[in-house]
Structures are given as structure tokens and as C-alpha cells.
Ligand binder design. Structure first.
Ligand code: SAH
Length: 349
């Protein structure tokens, strides 16, 4: 069965032509039903001829996911755990901001990057998430917003997984949701967050889709960064920053750097000064994230006064830095936590 959410409009047109002998404008009609009217059954696509609806029912599928868990926070954040037929699950989160609604999408089931503060990587990588499954995550939040007349206005690839370890499918996903006959989400409203895969950053720089790049930095020396993020051994800080320069030169866009503040690890005022010094040549925004508590990891959070002092020091040095206030802190907020809890409880998929 063909998973239609995983196809760009032109890919859908090709498939309709070769498999079902249908003209290409049917792909546009289908896109409108799937993404604008958000109908999930072929039989409800009333402007398609009956014979086509029957053929589609026999040869294609739309939503392949099932909601396994849902947690709603007092601040309106909703975290979903979705499951697929091979018994794997992935998290997706709907966040509400003053500027609109954003959805956090998982690009892999688990992760192989091994960052030592992150819950997503605890069980290694299970498998890639397909573009169609990323679309399903997005539509899941959109359907909830439909009931209140809202829309998803931005996407962050900050769920479980490393998007640059699955970049072809991430690009396909972005093209599908960007399509003007579909959800019509601007590339500028899509953020790809990476541990710092240098070839991926260069590919994004050469690509031309004006998406936003976020780089998870978290430390300012190779010694410290390698101890927290094994990927730093393959792509140390100097190589990573070279790739960042290359990205800025080719796109003219600034880069968002993520910096998780971990008590006593990377949160001294000297660390703040070193961070400012490291990034001063790159147009950037620094996002400070007080580390989320993960039960399996023995990290402490940076005290609130120290968070304030750290951000003030960066600002004093002329850096554009803000603290990302946690969304949904009363629910399992950290990456991979909902899934980790679910697996621990041995809940049936
Ligand atoms: N693999 C990508 C995207 C996924 S995680 C990346 O690493 O960028 C999105 C962000 O959350 C990353 O900056 C990641 O380092 C951070 N993160 C992971 N675990 C965290 C935790 N326990 N507390 C705070 N931030 C965390």
C-alpha cells in the first residue's frame, strides 16, 4: 500500500499516472483534500470520481499512526506519543506561543548520537522516521487545533532523533508541508536542529530552501563537548564553526545556537565569556536551555540566579541571547522522556 502523506505533489502525480493511469491534476485535488480539508478517508473526497476513490482505497493509505498517549500541560502544551504498526513510538509536541503554534517533530525513533544529557538516545536508534510519518505528527497537532480554529505556523525538528542523519526524508517532509496546495508552511518557519553534522550543515547551506538552522553547541571546549556529545570527536568545534561560517556566507542567515545549562558543568561566567568569544564572528542567536531533568542521567540544573547571571553576561558582551523557558514543565517535557516512560512501564503498543 502506498503511503500518500510521504509523497511530494509531483511524486504523487507520477504515482497516480504510472499506477492508476490518472491525470496529474488529481494530485492537486488529493493534496487539497489531504492537507487543506484534512479528510482522512478516500470515500469522503467527493469531487474525485467513484472509480478513483475505489482504486485509492485498494492501493493507498493515509494516516498510519495511532495515538498511544497524550499529556496536556497547564500552559496548553500537548505532548503526543504516536505508534506505528511495527510497534515503535515517537513523540511530537504542540506548543503555543504569543506568535503562534509550533510543533516539535521527531525525525528518528530513538537516536544514535549518544548525548549524555538526552533521554532520546538512551536505547540507541531503532529506525528512521519516514517523511510521511513526520507529516502524520504534524497533522496530529493540526487536527487538534482545527477544533479551535487554529493553525500550526512553525515547525521545529527538535523531537527525538538527528534530522541530519535522515536528511533526504526531512527535505521531503519540508517540501510536502511547504506546498501551497497543502499546508503552505513557509520554509522560514521551519527549524532544523542538529548536533553538528558538518556535511549536513554544508548541504543545507548549498540547498537553497531558506529554513532556519539551529546548532546544539552546549560546550565551548573540545574536551568538555566530547564528554557530553560523542559527535564532537568526529566534528570538533573548529570544524563545526567552519561549517557555520560557510552556512552564513551561502545563506545570509544567522544561526541559532542551543546551549543547555547544566549545573557545575558549563554554566560559569567564564563559560559565558568563552561562549561569546567563540561565536562573536558568526551572526547568531544564543538559546539557553536550563537542562531538563532526565531520571536516568545524574545532572543538576543551573540555579535560576546563575541562569540570569549567565544570560546577562552574554548580553553585556553584545550577544543576542535569551533563555528558552520550558514549555509543559508539569508533563514529561524532555526529549524522549514520554517514550522512555512508556517503554519502562511496558505499556503494550
Ligand atoms: N538531534 C538534534 C535535535 C533534537 S534535540 C539536536 O541535537 O540538535 C533538540 C534540543 O534539545 C537539542 O539542542 C538537544 O541538545 C536538547 N536537549 C536534549 N536533551 C535535553 C535535556 N535533557 N535538557 C535540555 N535540552 C536537551
Amino acid at each position: 500500500m502506498k503511503h500518500l502523506y510521504g509523497l511530494r505533489r509531483e511524486e504523487l502525480a507520477d504515482w497516480l499516472k504510472t499506477e492508476l493511469n490518472e491525470p496529474s491534476y488529481r494530485a492537486t485535488q488529493l493534496f487539497e483534500w489531504m492537507y487543506q480539508k484534512r479528510v482522512t478517508k478516500f470515500k469522503d473526497m467527493t469531487n474525485l470520481p467513484k472509480h478513483l476513490r475505489t482504486k485509492l482505497e485498494e492501493s493507498a493509505v493515509l494516516d498510519t499512526s495511532a495515538e498511544r498517549l497524550r499529556q496536556t500541560s497547564k500552559d496548553g502544551t500537548v505532548k503526543f506519543l504516536l505508534g506505528w504498526s511495527d510497534a515503535v513510538t515517537a513523540e511530537t509536541v504542540l506548543m503555543r506561543h504569543d506568535y503562534g503554534n509550533s510543533v516539535c517533530v521527531s525525525s528518528q525513533i530513538g537516536c544514535k548520537m549518544g548525548c549524555n544529557f538526552c533521554a532520546s538516545t538512551l536505547g540507541g536508534m531503532i529506525r528512521q522516521v519516514s517523511a510521511g510519518e513526520m507529516v502524520e505528527q504534524l497533522l496530529h497537532s493540526q487536527k487538534l487545533l482545527d477544533r479551535e480554529g487554529g493553525r500550526v505556523s512553525s515547525i521545529v525538528m527538535m523531537g527525538s532523533g538527528e534530522p541530519m542523519d535522515n536528511l533526504d526524508e526531512v527535505f521531503r517532509f519540508m517540501d510536502i508541508v511547504h506546498d501551497e496546495k497543502g499546508l503552505n508552511i513557509g520554509f522560514r518557519h521551519i527549524t532544523i536542529s542538529t548536533v553538528g553534522i558538518v556535511p549536513g550543515i554544508k548541504r543545507l547551506a548549498d540547498d537553497g530552501r531558506p529554513v532556519t538552522l539551529a546548532v546544539s553547541l552546549h560546550a565551548v571546549t573540545d574536551e568538555k563537548r566530547s564528554s557530553m556529545m560523542p559527535v564532537n570527536k568526529a566534528y570538533p568545534i573548529a570544524k563545526l564553526l567552519d561549517a557555520c561560517h560557510y552556512y552564513v556566507e551561502h545563506t545570509g542567515k544567522r544561526i541559532s545556537f542551543e546551549y543547555a545549562l547544566i549545573g557545575g558543568e558549563n554554566d560559569s561566567l567564564q563559560d559565558a565569556r568563552n561562549l561569546a568569544n567563540l561565536l562573536k564572528e558568526i551572526p547568531n542567536h544564543i538559546n539557553l536551555i536550563p537542562v531538563n531533568y532526565v531520571p536516568e542521567r545524574d545532572y543538576t540544573r543551573t540555579p535560576e540566579e546563575q541562569v540570569e547571571a549567565f544570560v546577562k553576561e552574554l548580553q553585556r558582551l553584545g550577544m543576542n541571547a535569551t533563555v528558552r523557558r520550558e514549555k509543559g514543565h508539569d508533563i514529561s517535557a524532555a526529549c524522549g522522556q514520554l517514550r522512555a516512560e512508556h517503554e519502562k512501564q511496558g505499556v503494550e503498543n
